[in-house]
Design a protein around this ligand. Sequence first.
Ligand SMILES: *[C@@H]1O[C@H](CO)[C@@H](O)[C@H](O)[C@H]1NC(C)=O
Ligand SMILES: *[C@@H]1O[C@H](CO)[C@@H](O)[C@H](O)[C@H]1NC(C)=O
Ligand SMILES: *[C@@H]1O[C@H](CO)[C@@H](O)[C@H](O)[C@H]1NC(C)=O
Ligand SMILES: *[C@@H]1O[C@H](CO)[C@@H](O)[C@H](O)[C@H]1NC(C)=O
Ligand SMILES: *[C@@H]1O[C@H](CO)[C@@H](O)[C@H](O)[C@H]1NC(C)=O
Length: 349
Amino acid sequence: MRLVILFLLSVLLPLVLSHGWDHLAGAYYQQNQGYLYGSLYADRAGGECPEECDCPPSFPVAMYCDSRGLTAVPTIPSHVKYLYLQHNAITALPDSALSNATNLVWLMIHYNQLTSESIGKKAFLKLEALERLYLQHNNLTSIPSNLPRSLLDLRIDHNKIEKVSPTDLEGMDNLTVLYLHNNGLSEVGSSLKALKSLILLDISGNKLTKVPDPLPANLHQLYVEYNSIDSVPEAFLSKFTQLQYIRMSHNLLTDKSIPANTFNVSGLVELDLSFNKLERIPLVSTTLQHLYLQANQIKEFTLGSFCSVVDMTNFSKLLTLRLDGNEISPQDIPVDSSLCLRQVLDIEI
Ligand SMILES: *[C@@H]1O[C@H](CO)[C@@H](O)[C@H](O)[C@H]1NC(C)=O
Ligand SMILES: *[C@@H]1O[C@H](CO)[C@@H](O)[C@H](O)[C@H]1NC(C)=O
Ligand SMILES: *[C@@H]1O[C@H](CO)[C@@H](O)[C@H](O)[C@H]1NC(C)=O
Ligand SMILES: *[C@@H]1O[C@H](CO)[C@@H](O)[C@H](O)[C@H]1NC(C)=O
Ligand SMILES: *[C@@H]1O[C@H](CO)[C@@H](O)[C@H](O)[C@H]1NC(C)=O
């Protein structure tokens, strides 16, 4: 249930936000949190709305200042919980900008012009209730210091971050979603390991040359596509208990760089190894459902990669198999493959 809600939030919200239905998102959240209108109005007495923003009377804990060409953060009344500042031209976040905004739960400040130098070292220090921080599409070169440990969802993708220090994310025990994609990271060391609640890590589109290791053991989704990864650690997947989705497409993986049995683990639902340099189909578990291997250099259809035994109960649960853009053709599929791959509707080759 928790996963489903998380998924809905992460899929619907960006959609809703990008379509400007912020009010709807607010209402959705309000309903879920069970806030009472009476207490909201009482809350409101202390604050007023800066003229460049909208503070809807029906949802006074939200303040909408998005997409209006702002270059600085307006004055924020202290009762505001949901602050929308995205799609502006804000260049700085000094220490004082959020010092009164101690009740913030969401801070949306993506698509602005923030640089790491322009964010005060203490800018986030007082935000002890902050759960969601969107900083994507700015000009940051590092993760801001003193981020609230209360964060659940941190999005800082599409910046110019080259390094993650161990202290940047230390103690964020409730962080479940971390977007670091499209930055300039060449390694992350062990800086992510301690994020014990992390479920989704997207670190695609960086400059990684190997799979980050160690990673948090609770991950469900790991996205490392569009890097320059040419090696996978030994027994890499045995460190995870919940991993279901792995995307490693558009890297430099070869047969030799993937230790035998790496992907022969139950629990995996989806494995994307497309656009690499594999010459063989890696051994996968019979429980895998979606396997993407298009645009490699595979020369042989090895049925043993999917099934070692075939009978009533032993067969592959694969539903999707893509092999197009390799060096094999439909004639290379053995006739008896339908016994093993009995759930695949259509092998793309
Ligand atoms: C913070 O609140 C104080 C007292 O209400 C006020 O004087 C000050 O201007 C506020 N600062 C900001 C940055 O909103
Ligand atoms: C942010 O980066 C963009 C694109 O690289 C650039 O055009 C802009 O001038 C930068 N802004 C600042 C404040 O550095
Ligand atoms: C994590 O969430 C729990 C339960 O809501 C809370 O008690 C705890 O303080 C949070 N941890 C941090 C680091 O904010
Ligand atoms: C794949 O994993 C299964 C289950 O752990 C195991 O029984 C089987 O021997 C493995 N296959 C190979 C070829 O090692
Ligand atoms: C095949 O299925 C049977 C149950 O019908 C099971 O006992 C056996 O271990 C399976 N063999 C393999 C290699 O998975």
